[in-house]
Design a protein around this ligand. Structure first.
Ligand code: ADP
Ligand code: MG
Length: 493
């Protein structure tokens, strides 16, 4: 696996000692590469996440969770009730659908559940990316797109999927934006995030929006559970493993949820569940306390469609890592001619450099960093020499390391809060944190930095029993399981 060049390897490129001991440039581009170094050094300093910074972030996360549980609006963290008070047991049976509207992709899934013995008998899914124009269109356009995708998928249902006689097809609807849940099958969109600016949805019940679109399509299905993607992931992972207590999404955006005691939620006056537990959707993307931020983060935030909001998300999630790196490289290019004298217009296009590009560059372990060179040339239109490529890798590594380590600190914050409330519930026993999302799934360096931070914070002994694991496609199955658990026909089981 390729690891980004370290400062010392870059350093070795600037100068070489001649036999007479005079420092001479080894490369023709010495001056332009050198001029980027102060920017790199200051970036590394400002993005550093030594243990005290991580500890502060973990403590602040735990404190913000408490404040958000005390009263609505008590902190950056909304700490939203999911109305999911019981998790899948394995007894769920029948055909269920799931819909997942993320930030980048839209997925549809069907699953045939066979109860304790057979579990998941069969499952099928389709995925399409969300057309850019729908992110800025009207609510009707977006929900029409969703329901027509669902309709064409439902048409392809084959005989191996069996709907019990007299039932409607039921859907678990995963909607990965901040929603004030009003019941297990309704909830009001608080605001769009992750670059969405769809008109006419904020303040409305998103299930009603979907139902109206399904009616327009003549599609006879019904939403039985409205689920945040983190909650779906937790439910899906819990189906296989009783020790799952927390779920975290690291995809286009980021969020986390966890199992909370009802009596630890002061803002909850009624609505006690039989189990005495519920799932809280933290909406931790809005966290902002004590983060090591730079001018590049601040400029990106100011230019965003939601300035001042979702600061943790803008620091650690997939939508933004590439854009932060682009901003740093652009400054290096303009201030020091890192890629030659002229800066192509393309380079100034926001979000043109994406997180998967960073990942592909960091996986390049060729001697001349050829893949780095061709990505830079294809994506931002610059020519680069080896020295510039190494600096680019350093910038990627700095931003990805900060993101991964801060995500790890956030996870420890949640675990810490749970442990403080119920001694022994987390530490000293096996505890699983279920992870999902394209960033976590596909970016090995990010994953490693996240794990390193968790281990550093918890210490080697405790961290042995805290298992952070990928729960592949957990959220889709999880949403279907929650639809099953909340089925209108549940009494018929
Ligand atoms: P969503 O957030 O829309 O539900 P995903 O969980 O699939 O979708 O996450 C998609 C995001 O994951 C992309 O926007 C991107 O930031 C990130 N991603 C996808 N592939 C990679 C990759 N190879 N390397 C790094 N990040 C990736
Ligand atoms: Mg998602």
């Amino acid at each position: 696996m390729a690891v980004a060049a370290t400062s010392s390897t870059i350093g070795s490129f600037y100068h070489s000692r001649s036999q007479r001991g005079i420092t001479r440039p080894r490369m023709a581009v010495r001056s332009s590469a050198l001029s980027a170094v102060p920017i790199l050094t200051s970036l590394q300093k400002n993005c550093a996440t030594p243990l005290p910074v991580l500890r502060h972030v973990a403590d602040a996360m735990a404190a913000d969770m408490r404040a958000g549980l005390a009263v609505d609006g008590g902190s950056d963290l909304k700490m939203i009730l999911s109305y999911v008070n019981s998790l899948p047991t394995g007894n769920e049976k029948g055909l269920f659908y799931a819909l997942d509207l993320g930030g980048t992709n839209f997925r549809v899934l069907r699953v045939q559940l066979g109860g304790k013995d057979q579990r998941v008998v069969d499952t099928e899914f389709e995925q399409v990316s969300i057309p850019q124009k729908l992110m800025f269109g009207t609510s009707e356009e977006l929900f029409d797109f969703i329901s027509s995708g669902l309709a064409s998928f439902a048409k392809k249902e084959s005989g191996k999927f069996q709907l019990a006689h007299g039932r409607k097809r039921e859907i678990g609807f995963t909607f990965s934006f901040p929603v004030k849940q009003t019941s297990i099958d309704s909830g009001i969109l608080i605001k769009w995030t992750k670059g969405f600016a769809v008109s006419g949805t904020a303040g409305k019940d998103v299930v009603a929006c979907l139902n109206e679109a399904m009616e327009r399509q003549g599609l006879d299905m019904q939403v039985s559970a409205l689920v945040n993607d983190t909650v779906g992931t937790l439910a899906g992972a819990r189906y296989w493993d009783d020790d799952v207590m927390v779920a975290v999404i690291l995809g286009t955006g980021t969020n986390a949820c966890y199992v909370e005691r009802m009596d630890a939620i002061p803002k909850l006056r009624s609505h006690m569940s039989a189990s005495g537990r519920t799932i809280i959707n933290t909406e931790w993307g809005a966290f902002s306390n004590g983060l090591p931020l730079t001018e590049f983060d601040r400029d990106m935030d100011v230019a965003s469609i939601n300035p001042g909001e979702q600061i943790f998300e803008k620091t650690i999630s997939g939508m933004y890592l590439g854009e932060i790196v682009r901003r740093v490289l652009l400054k290096m290019a303009e201030a020091g001619a890192l890629f030659g004298e002229s800066v192509p217009e393309k380079f100034s296009t926001p979000f043109i450099l994406r997180t998967p590009h960073l990942c592909a560059m960091q996986l390049d372990n060729s001697d001349d960093l050829e893949a780095v060179g061709s990505i830079l040339s294809d994506v931002v239109g610059v020519r680069s020499d080896l020295c510039a490529r190494k600096i680019v890798l350093e910038v990627c590594d700095t931003i990805v390391k900060r993101g991964g380590r801060l995500a790890g600190a956030g996870i420890v914050g949640i675990l810490q809060k749970m442990e403080q409330d119920s001694k022994g519930i987390i530490f000293g026993k096996r505890t699983v944190v279920a992870m999902d999302g394209g960033l976590y799934e596909n970016y090995p360096q990010y994953r490693r930095y996240l794990q390193d931070a968790v281990t550093e914070l918890l210490g080697s002994e405790i961290s042995k029993s805290v298992i952070i694991e990928h729960s592949k496609d957990g959220s889709g199955i999880g949403a279907a399981l929650l639809a099953a658990a909340n089925s209108n026909y549940a009494h018929e089981f």
